[in-house]
Design a binder for this molecule. Structure first.
Ligand code: SAM
Ligand code: SF4
Length: 313
């Protein structure tokens, strides 16, 4: 699928649930109610995946909320990943990977991103409300099981990240993982927190002077660097200081069945009334891609209303 700005759309992110076992301050409103049940059924997720595949999508990432909080998620992934040989991926906070990593690999997940903003247990607790050890156990389990690509995502948070950048980046010396630092984006009800704690990605390069430019991935939002002799790369994702909209190849499906052609636009196309008709579903998706905005306006202080935890990153 090509959009009207000549961008080839090949990548979809599907949020499997809005629910999460963590409450990261930049992502989920602290009064968010985990009891709300507006998730699509397994059947509806499968229909969405089939439609995306028919439209030429070749990479699908499952996200949330916390995707591994969805009931029977492994059974669902086992089925959908058997539909086609594409890049199946998941983004998770990692806290249950100790128990799920092997099952995810067997289901067909090839790429796994773990969100880990700090290796300091007190900061992690303050930020997420949870225990760091569970996320670390998950990370070590994933290394043990082995996936095609393992990445750590760390958002840059002023007042927390400064002391952690080096520790996190140095994981690439020891392990074959990419560690990506992401600029906080003001989104939904947590927009104020993100604005107050914005730390530009250029700060990483100021601290890590030994980094050299590394090989890059096509269409990836990250710019990659490497330490001499490292196994993995250090990536910088800069939605705030430098947009990468002209390279954008992605669309998002929210847990409640809306297609978002752009993360930073309030435009959402409801798929719910066509989820059981493959023809109409594909047509609706195509219409949505035709109205994908050219770029975002974060730098002009235009933020979306939906919370990040309800989109999936
Ligand atoms: N729960 C899973 C996790 O934490 O990886 C998946 C969903 S989470 C919304 C996906 C990614 O979005 C995480 O890496 C998280 O750090 C990132 N994220 C959440 N809020 C953000 C924000 N305001 N700015 C930048 N990244 C954000
Ligand atoms: Fe949950 Fe992920 Fe958002 Fe943290 S970033 S609250 S783990 S959805």
């Amino acid at each position: 699928m090509i959009d009207k700005f000549d961008r080839k759309i090949t990548y979809a992110r599907i949020s499997l649930t809005e629910k999460c076992n963590l409450k990261c301050k930049y992502c989920m409103p602290q009064d968010f109610c985990n009891a709300k049940n507006n998730e699509l059924s397994d059947e509806e997720i499968k229909n969405i995946v089939k439609a995306l595949l028919n439209l030429g999508i070749n990479k699908i990432r499952f996200t949330g909320g916390e995707p591994l909080m969805r009931k029977n998620v492994i059974e669902l992934l086992n089925e959908v990943c058997s539909f086609a040989q594409i890049d199946w991926a998941i983004t998770t906070n990692g806290t249950t990977l100790k128990h799920n990593a092997l099952a995810l690999k067997k289901a067909g997940i090839k790429h796994i991103n773990i969100s880990l903003d700090t290796l300091n247990s007190q900061d992690y607790k303050n930020l997420t409300g949870a225990d760091l050890q569970n996320a670390l156990d998950g990370f070590y389990k994933v290394l043990d099981v082995g996936f095609e690509k393992i990445k750590i995502n760390a958002v840059l948070i002023k007042g927390i990240s400064e002391k952690q950048i080096e520790n996190l980046a140095k994981l690439t010396l020891k392990y074959n993982v990419d560690v990506r630092f992401i600029e906080l984006m003001p989104i939904g009800q947590c927009a104020e927190y993100s604005k107050e704690h914005l730390l530009k990605a250029s700060y990483v390069l100021e601290i890590l002077k030994d980094l050299k430019i590394a090989n890059q991935d096509a269409h990836a939002p990250a710019k990659y660097y490497k330490f001499n002799g490292a196994m993995g790369r250090v990536g910088l994702i800069t939605p705030m200081s430098c947009n990468f909209c002209s390279e954008c190849n992605r669309i998002r499906i929210t847990a409640d069945g809306k297609l978002k052609p752009c993360l930073h636009s309030d435009i959402e196309i409801d798929l719910c009334d066509v989820l059981h008709n493959q023809d109409l579903l594909e047509k609706r998706m195509q219409q949505a891609i035709n109205i994908k905005p050219e770029r975002h306006y974060l730098n002009e202080n235009i933020y979306i209303k939906r919370n990040m935890s309800c989109i999936g990153g």
